[in-house]
Write a protein that binds this ligand. Sequence first.
Ligand code: GLN
Length: 451
Amino acid sequence: QAHLDVIDKANSAINAYTLVTTDKALEMADASDAKLAKGEGGILEGAPIGVKELFCTKGVRTTACSDILSNFVPTYESTVTQNLWDEGAVMLGKLNMDQFAMGSSNETSCFGNVVNPWRRNGEETQLTPGGSSGGSAAAVAADMCLAATASDTGGSIRQPAAFTGTVGIKPTYGRASRYGMVAFASSLDQAGPIAKNVEDTALMLEAMCSADDKDSTSLHIETPKWTDSLSKGVKGMKIGIPKEYRVEGMSDEIEALWQQGIEWLKAAGAEIVDVSLPHTKYALPAYYIVAPAEASSNLARYDGMRFGIRKEGENLDDVYSTTRAEGFGDEVRRRLMIGAYVLSAGYYDAYYLKAQKVRKRILMDFQEAYKECDALLTPTCPSAAFGLGEKSADPVEMYLNDIFTVTANLAGLPAMSLPVSLNSQGLPLSLQVIGKALDEESCFRVAKVIE
Ligand code: GLN
């Protein structure tokens, strides 16, 4: 009820929730109370959680924040959310996001942008909460839920977490089931949590992950109890600092932030080693070929026949094209055109195939670097939260925001963002820890020391 009260007061200004499931929340909370009174319950019993709009929730509208799905009510539940309810979590409602998770500022949503609860010192300028999980991050930061589900295809958990001073982790590809998650780029998409601190994030991730026969890329392995390893520290651990992430024009505040993290880890007994990831500069172009290519294939299903809205037309082709033209927003249409182009007969080798080769190189870079260290420390983003509207006119400028985050998706590695300090304008700045495949534990341990 306390969280519902905050949502009631704050949502009109922040626009994090697209839908509040008040009755369901109170019903689930009552059930949790009854369990807890008997000394029973799961690891999240009674914890109020918000759900990103891209997780299918049975009987509760799920739109991926696109007009094309504006009337879609799933008949089934995503595995990730089902796992949360099975552990006793309480659903507060659905959270705003960039349309089909395409964006870095939550400005492409058909429900309008989310407003970051943070402001620059003494300024009223509204800032973006980041994207695509902007609603999830803003809701956690503004006490509108204890934690939220989010998804990360190229940084959409970590960048919004960084912009709002919250914690987020994208697990190793395959840890969390993609069943019931509206697909964007299937080989990159992973679900994960955004929460207020490292421990809550670990607990959420434990509940969300599972082996799942309904997702052919799900890993059939046990989910570790990460909450048990949080206090292990980093003594003797080797932390790699990839020199290619010291990009040209990096701001002093980001340099200083990175240095601060290095000092803290050294003081806690970690050894700092310089490493090289030579193909880093090709990651962003490769991502913005692979992701749109997969999106153009995944989003072909929205044809006005099977899901969502249907527009009238003279004939079948006409119905397809009017439905898609009116149903998808500008950014989604841009991605679909790029995707169709890079996959087309004459350009496939030059773009898509080349990008896949680059992707392999990026993975090999990480494998090489991990011969010398246990985890990598980098900034999460090139800057603190920027103003709403500041980058929306220039897609390439917007894409540059993902420069430090897309590599972990291309390589399938676990990566975590955690707030470290405030900049001179009073905005949160965050560092990223990238782990070896399946080694979320090291991410959590490093994060816990810095926290
Ligand atoms: N900002 C990136 C994009 O627009 C990442 C999105 C995501 O991780 N879902 O594609």
